[in-house]
Design a protein around this ligand. Structure first.
Ligand code: SAM
Length: 243
């Protein structure tokens, strides 16, 4: 298959993203480690550690995929808290559920197949919504951000961990080389799937930079939005509140 993401009409993007993640689901965790030299684990731990999420909180981990963030969140919210993992892709959710069940993480966790653009939850339901490496894949990001805001309780927080724009030019060149030359080859070698990893590199390149995403969150109704760069801006954490 060739996904040919460059020129697809917007309406088809969702279907193609679906194919990409169904295709990578089984190898997803291994590939994350290979492609980021394991650093995605550090980013995710840091993301949860500065989230401000507390024991007893009810959290939606959107685009939760194979459950990395949920596994980190569960010990933070504890027995009195809840983590709902929402993801549009059944294959990713099923890998995640198996993985966390194997690690004994079952109670206080729910897995709900859901589209970020039309969340199947009532208004004001969550203390926090986390979304790690997910927003970039959503077709209508403004709609998703508005729906995240809708399901947050007043005082609740939205936390987005996503690839962003590298700050240093030289480092940016190295990073582009890694993304466009190395990633698709790793994809072919280890997952038999160069196209999906080509998509990955392209989707990172197209994703809004730090300032743009900040304004998008503000337009969606989130307030006091702050940005923190990690690894020179390869990824950034955006945090905003609903009041
Ligand atoms: N959060 C996980 C992590 O950090 O390892 C998974 C990230 S994975 C790169 C992106 C996830 O976004 C995939 O599981 C995909 O199915 C999901 N996704 C893509 N479009 C979505 C949408 N519109 N609504 C919800 N999830 C979506």
């Amino acid at each position: 298959t060739h996904f040919g993401f460059r020129d697809v009409p917007v309406a088809d993007k969702q279907k193609l993203v679906g194919q990409v993640f169904t295709s990578v689901a089984r190898n997803y965790d291994l590939m994350n480690d290979l492609m980021s030299f394991g650093i995605h684990r550090v980013w995710k731990r840091y993301f949860v550690s500065i989230s401000g999420i507390r024991p007893g909180d009810r959290v939606l981990d959107l685009a939760g995929g194979t459950g990395d963030i949920a596994a980190l969140l569960k010990p933070v919210v504890g027995d009195k808290g809840d983590v709902v993992v929402g993801d549009i892709n059944a294959a990713m959710l099923s890998v995640g559920r198996d993985r966390l069940t194997d690690r004994g993480l079952v109670s206080g966790l729910r897995w709900v197949q859901s589209n970020a653009e039309a969340l199947p939850f009532p208004d004001n339901s969550f203390d926090a919504v986390t979304m790690a490496f997910g927003l970039r894949n959503v077709t209508d990001k403004d709609k998703a951000l508005a729906d995240i805001c809708r399901v947050l309780k007043p005082g609740g927080r939205a936390l987005v961990l996503e690839f962003s724009k590298v700050r240093n030019e030289l480092f940016g060149k190295l990073y582009d080389f890694h993304s466009f030359q190395v990633l698709p080859k790793l994809g072919r070698l280890f997952a038999g799937d160069a196209d999906s990893y080509q998509y990955l590199a392209e989707s990172i390149r197209k994703h809004p930079d730090q300032e743009t995403l900040k304004s998008m969150m503000e337009n969606a109704g989130l307030e006091r939005v702050e940005v923190r760069n990690l690894s020179n801006g390869i990824v950034a954490i955006h945090r905003g509140y609903k009041f």
